[in-house]
Design a protein around this ligand. Structure first.
Ligand SMILES: Nc1nc2c(ncn2[C@@H]2O[C@H](COP(=O)(O)OP(=O)(O)OP(=O)(O)O)[C@@H](O)[C@H]2O)c(=O)[nH]1
Ligand SMILES: [Mg+2]
Ligand SMILES: [Zn+2]
Length: 296
């Protein structure tokens, strides 16, 4: 029996990358019965190896660290959130929602402020605010090939999932990461397969020159919906509040205007960006409203 990782899955046939090469695999019937289907990113054990044909059967799926629905992928090591400096205008509320969701799932986020060539000052301002609340924040220009080394440093191992608004530059950056040859293969296979949406989600690409690093591109921005948290817990997922939210006068402070709240100090010292805080208050009220309707 050997181990591998599922890098592609189409119509019940899985490509599994192993130390011996890539095997074409079916899954044991038992998975289908349990409605627990293998997904890309899964670490698996293979049996019934046929080395001349490079075919095998997936015997076992190892426990998943995490999983995403869109794109459907498991064992994600980081989310690479790509935004443009000016066009398309970055939707920072969407960024904040994604950061909260990723924090809930305990998946680190690398924020890539791409298109720094459009407006470097704007890119730097976003960097200033967000480098404090993500694992890593970098500025790139895919067009001018700037910041690409830093990007490679962030994604050099494990599975990275590129997400972000349509037009931010995810596919362009993927092309640079994978090099021309991979991109061409990807484009080719896209054309020959039916079902555009599933095809785009059904493959993680090994990064050339790395042993154990993969990326998956995703279209648009459909990854998360902020439903996994309650208003009272929202602050737990803002690094700006960490270690200090119990210093407020009221034990159940929502940090939305109560007297004696630590947020005043964080705002005046610049530790919490004013606009990001305003978006926190907006999200808090949105969650509160949802809860009110739910319990009516
Ligand atoms: N000026 C500038 N343009 C860029 C940069 N990166 C990408 N673009 C352009 O932005 C446009 C959109 O890029 P894509 O890579 O297709 O964007 P995407 O994020 O994959 O978009 P979706 O697939 O729709 O989600 C293309 O015309 C790219 O050439 C950059 O760094 N600077
Ligand atoms: Mg794209
Ligand atoms: Zn408070």
């Amino acid at each position: 029996m050997i181990n591998g990782v599922i890098i592609k899955g189409i119509g019940g046939l899985y490509s599994v990358k192993t130390a011996e090469g890539i095997y074409s695999c079916n899954a044991r019937g038992i998975f289908r019965k349990d409605s627990f289907k293998p997904m890309i990113g899964d670490f698996v054990k293979l049996g019934e190896l046929n080395r001349s044909e490079m075919s095998a059967v997936i015997d076992e799926i190892l426990p998943r660290k995490n999983s995403l629905i869109r794109p459907a992928v498991s064992n994600v090591d980081r989310i690479v959130l790509v935004i443009a400096s000016t066009a398309p205008a970055p939707d920072l509320l969407l960024v904040d929602k994604l950061l909260v969701s990723a924090n809930i799932k305990e998946i680190p986020v690398v924020l890539v402020v791409n298109k720094s060539d459009q407006d470097n000052a704007v890119a730097e301002n976003i960097y200033r605010v967000y480098s404090k609340c993500v694992e890593k924040c970098i500025m790139t220009s895919a067009i001018e090939k700037k910041g690409i080394d830093s990007l490679f440093e962030c994604i050099g191992s494990g599975i990275s999932v590129l997400v972000g608004q349509s037009g931010a530059g995810k596919t362009t950056l993927s092309g640079i990461i994978l090099g021309d040859s991979e991109l061409k293969t990807g484009t080719l296979s896209k054309k020959t397969e039916r079902g555009k949406h599933t095809t785009r989600h059904s493959e993680i690409f090994p990064i050339p020159g790395y042993d154990d690093a993969y990326i998956i591109d995703s279209p648009g921005f459909s990854l998360f919906d902020l439903t996994d948290t309650e208003s009272g817990e929202l602050h737990c997922f803002y690094p700006e509040f960490s270690n200090c939210s119990d210093l407020c006068r009221f034990i159940d402070c929502s940090h939305t205007g109560e007297p004696g709240c630590v947020v005043d100090g964080l705002l005046s010292s610049g530790k919490f960006d004013k606009d990001r805080y305003a978006r926190y208050v907006f999200l808090y009220k949105e969650l509160k409203e949802k809860e009110k309707n739910k319990y009516k």
